[in-house]
Design a protein around this ligand. Structure first.
Ligand code: HEC
Length: 127
């Protein structure tokens, strides 16, 4: 019994010193907002935006972002992207413009930002 007690004491003190000794925390804490651990917040937003785009936008804008039929901007055109500010595009997505329907009541502000983040990736997507 005595041997057991000694062993238990030794094990307990080993555990204590293991847990108790201050160890420098070198690992960065992942951002709390990231849905997938380790994924950059931007990547997560683009992935969410892609799903939103496929559910709501491809009927008119096409899966490739070039637009189906007349009157839609070509999202793959980097020059078009460069002259449109985020504010303008978020405004159109929320409130609509000409034949572009308003999504202000269908998508939350965060979802509208996510779908725009995805729209911004079209010029760099592989065909
Ligand atoms: C019913 C067809 C239709 C659907 C669905 C649609 N769009 Fe559009 N979208 C258009 C048309 C048409 C235009 C061009 C409007 C114009 O002349 O200003 C446009 C323009 C845009 C523009 C450019 C606005 C600008 O200032 O040039 C963006 C960005 C856009 N759409 C994003 C989206 C997103 C994101 C979705 C899905 C959430 C979506 N659209 C769904 C038809 C559509």
């Amino acid at each position: 019994m005595r041997v057991f007690t000694l062993f238990a004491t030794a094990a307990a003190s080993a555990m204590l010193s293991g847990c108790g000794s201050p160890k420098p925390n070198t690992e960065p804490t992942p951002p709390a907002t990231s849905a997938q651990p380790g994924a950059a917040p931007e990547t997560t937003a683009v992935a969410a935006g892609k799903a939103i785009f496929q559910a709501n936008c491809i009927a008119c804008h096409g899966a490739n972002g070039k637009g189906i039929g007349k009157g839609k901007p070509d999202f793959t055109d980097a020059e078009w992207q460069a002259k449109e500010s985020d504010e303008e595009l978020l405004e159109v997505i929320a409130n609509g413009h000409e034949k572009m329907p308003a999504f202000g009541d269908k998508l939350t502000e965060e979802q509208r930002k996510e779908v725009l983040a995805y729209v911004r990736t079209f010029p760099t997507q592989q065909p």
